[in-house]
Write a protein that binds this ligand. Structure first.
Ligand SMILES: [Fe+2]
Length: 330
């Protein structure tokens, strides 16, 4: 090992990892993704994903079925509630962006589907047709983002939870009566979730920062103003160049990213050129951190009463009144 390349230590696997960025990310050689994975290769890739957070596989001329098989060997595949799913295989998302079909608002830092109680453990994206210029995907390591916070901020957020909602998908329903009814229905199917802000990665044991500007709307127990400012500090960790890897797509490149430890941003700079990608999403588990496991916000509030300091009782805003100061016991 020279610090850049690493042969897997798993016996029976020829897989080799080569780092693509300072803090995270590796390209993988010694594997044909279209073939069933040996147990040794599977073990090597699982260990590689936990360590490198993103795995890049080049020159993999695979079918959508190959992609589903490859993804499905790591976890059950999930169906996205809002994306354009393939008619025959709802677990397969085909993004075919071209004139008349601009990409959805994925040009914001996020981790996929954190509005779920069990957000996906990982996502796989395979490039089929790429624009001549642009269309890169940016990734940012949230283990590096967490580590570089000051100890005072780490201590502050250790037991905090972030509230996640449907984010930009709420806009899909429009302002009609029918749209509002549908949004209400989705709101019931995907209630607000309280995820630990500091998440412990279940495989690597690393602490990662688990908030993102697409879906995290509030920090529980803080006033709105306090929450906005602290979230702004935490969201900024994703935009620090040293913790990023910018992936330039070539056809038949597959990227397998760990949704538990990275955020990503699809650069929206190619429309109306065509960009066609296949995606599968791998089911995850309930996040766990020092603040405990993720729960629905409703359950969190039932267990944590913040009403005494007025934060919940008064909707996140409550100037201290003179009357209160003079009558502290009322
Ligand atoms: Fe995404």
């Amino acid at each position: 090992m020279d610090g850049i390349t690493e042969k897997t230590a798993i016996e029976g696997s020829k897989i080799e990892f080569k780092k693509v960025s300072a803090h995270f990310g590796a390209s993988v050689t010694g594997i044909d993704v279209s073939k069933p994975l040996s147990a040794a290769d599977h073990q090597a890739l699982s260990a590689g994903l936990a360590k490198y957070e993103i795995l890049v596989f080049r020159d993999q001329d695979i079918t959508a079925q190959n992609l589903m098989d490859f993804g499905g060997s790591f976890s059950e595949l999930t169906v996205h509630p809002f994306s354009p799913n393939d008619d025959n295989n709802p677990e397969l998302i085909v993004f075919d962006n071209k004139e008349g079909n601009p990409p959805f608002s994925t040009d914001v830092w996020h981790s996929d589907e954190t509005f779920r109680l069990e957000p996906p453990m990982a996502t796989m994206l395979c490039a089929k047709i790429v624009p001549e210029i642009g269309g890169d995907t940016m990734f940012s390591s949230m283990s590096a983002g967490y580590e570089s916070l000051s100890q005072k901020i780490k201590d502050l957020i250790e037991d905090m939870v972030g509230v996640h909602d449907l984010g930009p998908f709420k806009r899909l329903f429009g302002g009609t009566t029918e749209g509002r009814a549908l949004l209400l229905d989705y709101g019931n199917r995907y209630p607000l979730v309280a995820h630990p802000i500091v998440r412990i990665h279940p495989d690597s044991g690393k602490k990662v920062l688990f908030v993102n500007p697409q879906f995290t709307v509030h920090i529980e127990g803080l006033t709105q103003r306090e929450s906005d400012h602290l979230l702004d500090i935490l969201f900024h960790q994703a935009v620090i160049p040293e913790y990023q890897y910018r992936h330039h797509w070539e056809p038949n490149t597959l990227v397998f990213w760990d949704n538990r430890s990275v955020q990503h941003y699809a650069v929206h700079d190619y429309y109306p050129q065509r960009r066609k990608m296949d995606r599968v999403t791998l089911k995850g588990t309930v996040p766990v951190g020092p603040a405990g496991p993720s729960v629905f916000l409703e359950d969190y509030l039932a267990q944590h009463d913040n009403s005494e300091d007025g934060v919940d009782k008064f909707g996140g805003h409550r100037p201290l009144r003179q009357f209160d100061r003079e009558n502290p016991d009322l």
